[in-house]
Design a protein around this ligand. Structure first.
Ligand code: HEC
Ligand code: HEC
Length: 202
């Protein structure tokens, strides 16, 4: 029988972490919407737009990008306590279906709380920072932050999540892409905060 999820790991997580469902039914989950509804939605939201600022919105992100990230969690190139346990419990054959499921969902915009900070972020996003050698984000992620298969969508993403990723590229903890690592290493804390504020409102 095809292994969809490892019921032992998931049961432990579901009972200890979220307590949302008795995991005995998970092995029967046959299509991505069942698996996402029972497992992913608890953190990423039923519509792929998480409300927890530490958990990324997945809705509308390119499916090739999402697939690469699932593989990166499973190979250990990308680390996160919450995501890795989940990815290890899912059958890798389901990664493509999961990525395409979220890629087709409708992204929701985020919320800007500091307009002056966002304006500073826009300047770095559009033109880079010549003092520190930071290239324009728009050059890769597109001027509206919509992204493509190579460069992920940033528009509307939570400030907290974006800041954490920028810090992880800078420290080398997230080693999924040398281009973005090079960008992260040049960013100052102030620029990162301003960029995260601007990105939320794109
Ligand atoms: C317990 C909470 C939790 C659950 C359940 C969960 N995730 Fe995640 N997911 C996270 C967190 C937290 C991150 C961000 C990790 C980081 O900071 O690097 C993440 C990141 C991701 C990313 C990377 C997104 C990006 O923008 O790079 C993908 C793809 C993803 N999750 C897919 C899934 C799928 C598919 C499922 C269900 C099979 C799932 N997640 C279940 C918490 C969760
Ligand atoms: C040379 C092209 C390039 C430039 C310029 C660039 N990026 Fe990226 N960025 C990438 C690539 C490629 C990825 C995907 C990396 C991966 O797979 O981890 C990425 C990923 C990211 C992510 C993680 C998205 C997620 O969902 O986890 C964030 C946040 C980000 N970039 C922000 C920025 C910001 C802010 C700037 C401008 C200061 C910028 N990038 C400039 C290429 C670029």
């Amino acid at each position: 029988m095809r292994r969809l999820v490892n019921p032992g790991v998931l049961r432990a997580w579901l009972i200890l972490g979220a307590g949302i469902v008795d995991a005995t039914g998970l092995a029967l989950a046959a299509d991505p919407s069942q698996l996402t509804g029972m497992v992913c939605a608890a953190c990423h939201g039923a519509d792929g737009n998480s409300t927890d600022p530490t958990v990324p919105k997945l809705a509308g992100m390119d499916q090739e990008y999402l697939l690469r990230q699932l593989k990166a969690f499973s190979s250990g190139k990308r680390r996160d306590e919450r995501m890795v346990d989940i990815v290890m419990a899912v059958d890798p054959d389901d990664f493509v279906g999961l990525a395409s499921y979220y890629g087709q969902m409708k992204p929701k915009p985020g919320q800007v709380t500091d307009a002056a900070l966002a304006a500073k972020g826009k300047s770095v996003f559009d033109d880079g920072n010549t003092d520190t050698g930071v290239p324009a984000c728009a050059g890769c992620h597109q001027p509206d932050g919509r992204g493509n298969a190579r460069f992920p969508r940033l528009a509307g993403q939570h400030q907290g999540y974006v800041l954490k990723q920028l810090a992880e590229y800078r420290s080398g903890r997230r080693a999924t892409d040398p281009l973005m690592t090079a960008v992260g290493k040049r960013l100052t804390d102030d620029d990162a905060k301003a960029l995260a504020e601007y990105i939320a409102g794109l």
